[in-house]
Ligand binder design. Sequence first.
Ligand SMILES: Nc1ncnc2c1ncn2[C@@H]1O[C@H](COP(=O)(O)OP(=O)(O)O)[C@@H](O)[C@H]1O
Ligand SMILES: [Mg+2]
Length: 217
Amino acid sequence: MSLRITDLGKHYGDVPVFEHVSLEVAKGEFVAIVGESGVGKSTLLNCMAGLDHWDAGSVVHDGVDIGALDAEARAIWRRRHVGFVFQAFHVLPHLDVSQNVALPLMLLGERGAAADERVTRMLDAVGLAGLGDRLPQQLSGGQLQRVAIARALVHQPSLLLADEPTGNLDPTTAARVLEVLLAQTREHGAALVLVTHSEAAAARADRVLHLSADGVR
Ligand SMILES: Nc1ncnc2c1ncn2[C@@H]1O[C@H](COP(=O)(O)OP(=O)(O)O)[C@@H](O)[C@H]1O
Ligand SMILES: [Mg+2]
């Protein structure tokens, strides 16, 4: 078991976003979460990453109760075990491609030849060999998202979370980026939770879950 969410509830003031969300994601499994805009998909994903707080229930990852960790322990856990891919890429504009991909390793204190080698291998794997010295502004949207995928996997996290990762891409580029995301996630043996509007993306999942205000099924 990689991730177990039990009876999770989240509200803003008196307004509930979702309640009674329970799900399990096995090691190496690919789960897609679909649902109407505003139903709380991003919020749920952020809770899975320990980036957001919840009001009821629990998030347990490989036996670690994320809600029981203080902010610092949570950050350390996240750096080590989680990779995140956002719709809007979130590639840092002043760092070149290699530096962007190396970021998770730097945060873990991993530097030197082994880290460089890992970055080079990830760039190769996502089809960006030779582009390590480029700045983000010199890349297309599809290339930027592949930088983000390389960065999310470079430290070999056990859990990869992706929030509409192909939402800003044209259909052909989206299909290519999804292929890279799936192939790399499989190669790393990570569990993948993908939030998506895309039928094509959801169709590739081992399981599709529908999020609504009263749970996920
Ligand atoms: N900081 C916030 N304060 C109040 N409401 C918020 C806040 N962030 C998100 N929401 C609300 O929570 C709901 C879920 O948002 P979100 O998780 O972004 O949905 P989705 O990703 O499914 O489109 C929305 O109704 C949104 O308006
Ligand atoms: Mg969202």
